[in-house]
Write a protein that binds this ligand. Structure first.
Ligand code: PLP
Length: 435
């Protein structure tokens, strides 16, 4: 496969942009090789700068559940474009998108739009601290909630693949003051006893627990019922807020995300990715009593020049309306099941120790014996094997996320032909690998 143009652009980019990329995982540091510079996208496919067509399992890291360039989304953006790009004043589209969010998440009585998932989680934490008058927050090892200072502590995603400081120390990025990190307590995912012990020690000072309701940022990890039950019980008992970070899972796992799928009762949810249909949108919302603390109603300040941007709102409205009109979740589940079973068969045939974790349209192949239920189990995967898998797929025209510790996503544009191509590519990649 020709990669000359991508290589040239990467060389130029490295002279101008740190590492040649504007978000670390894009640099292929974990897998080596030349990152593909993308020229355009349509449906389930990307075309790189050398003209190679790639079957896309990154989906812009989650937003593209309808596939690239869905006509309803493109048309909505075009219509908004004709009316001006940004006003810094309220618009009807913000009201319409807020209605759609509440339709999917009835517990979200009030919602505030921001421009990224990072802003959503940062703001939700500030709100939780303002509301409770407490300072400590709890997060889980290997969960990623964006790059806010308080949350870059034992974080997943790019931090697990050499994007920042060390994943083992707290904080996990240089530049995060130790004093901030000390206000962030880190617990183990799927460890209800550990969480209980933490609350027994410091529960009265904990403002909030933030969690990925299905982990995507250490690869896919599925929560146990006992863990979810402990989260609800302990936060209620100690008066801490429970914040479900649905930036990745919202509108992906069900119309009402993991909250609906798993029957969760968080106090606040954070949204992003699909909410903006490919344009920059995040949101946080929840019970009115809590959200009324946000400025201008309350003392918790949060603002944004481009918050509620008309183009971004238009893309979000079109995406959610399309999803709600003809919910694709059964079809995505069927595709996912076939993909998972196909991959498992090929892995078994190739004699490779691996386990495939999947919820709906989020999937990870961990190169180690299963089960993978914890961060420690995920990071014990064979990343050399993953590298070979990744490059093997890419050689066959399948663009998988360039890290063992990320979820792959597929979309409503992935059909029979794409499933077949993926399994053929996986067979070629895996059977070439030494057992
Ligand atoms: N929360 C979760 C669960 C995420 O997966 C991400 C991004 O991957 C974020 C928050 C941060 O979102 P953004 O990259 O839009 O700032």
């Amino acid at each position: 496969m020709k990669t000359q143009r991508s290589a040239e652009l990467f060389a130029q980019a490295q002279q101008l942009i740190p590492g040649g990329v504007n978000s670390p995982v894009r640099a292929f540091k974990a897998v080596g090789g030349t990152p593909r510079f993308i020229a355009r996208a349509q449906g389930a496919y990307l075309w790189d700068a050398d003209g190679n067509r790639l079957l896309d399992y990154v989906g812009s890291w989650g937003p593209m559940i309808l596939g690239h360039n869905h006509p309803a989304v493109v048309e909505a953006i075009r219509a908004a474009l004709e009316e001006g790009l940004s006003y810094g004043a309220p618009t009807e589209r913000e009201v319409r998108l807020a209605e759609l969010v509440r339709e999917a998440y009835p517990m979200v009585e009030l919602v505030r739009f921001v421009s990224s998932g990072t802003e959503a989680t940062m703001s939700a934490l500030r709100l939780a601290r303002g509301y409770t008058g407490r300072e400590l927050i709890v997060k889980f090892r290997g969960n990623y909630h964006g790059h806010g200072d308080s949350l870059l502590v034992q974080a997943g995603s790019g931090l697990l693949t050499g994007g920042g400081g060390t994943a083992k120390s707290a904080p996990s990025s240089a530049g995060v003051p130790q004093a901030f990190a000390e206000l962030t307590l880190v617990a183990d995912y799927n460890d209800p006893e550990g969480l209980k012990a933490l609350f027994a020690q410091q529960g009265e000072q904990i403002a909030a627990v933030i969690f990925e309701p299905v982990v995507g940022n250490a690869g896919v990890i599925i929560p146990t019922e006992e863990f979810l039950e402990a989260l609800h019980r302990l936060t209620q008992e100690y008066g801490a807020l429970l914040i479900a970070d649905e930036v990745m899972t919202g509108f992906r796992l069900a119309k009402g995300g993991a909250v609906e799928l798993l029957g969760l009762k968080p106090d606040l949810v954070c949204l992003g990715k699909i909410l903006g249909g490919g344009l920059p949108v995040g949101a946080y919302g929840g019970r009115a009593e809590v959200m009324r603390q946000v400025a201008p109603l309350g003392p918790v300040y949060q603002a944004g020049t481009l918050s509620g941007n008309p183009l971004a709102m238009a893309a979000g409205i079109a995406t959610l309306k399309t999803l709600f009109q003809d919910p694709p979740y059964r079809r995505l589940e069927a595709y996912g099941k076939a993909l998972q079973e196909g991959l498992e068969d090929i892995l078994t045939y190739a004699g490779l120790p691996a386990t495939v974790n999947r919820v709906g349209s989020m999937i990870t192949v961990f190169f180690r014996e299963g089960p993978v239920r914890t961060y420690a189990e995920a990071v014990a995967s064979d990343t050399e094997r993953f590298k070979a898998f990744f490059h093997g797929l890419l050689e066959e025209g399948v663009y998988w996320p360039p890290s063992q510790f990320e979820a792959a996503f597929f979309s409503t544009a992935h059909g029979e032909a794409e499933l077949e191509q993926t399994l053929r590519a996986a067979q070629a990649a895996l059977t070439r690998m030494p057992a």
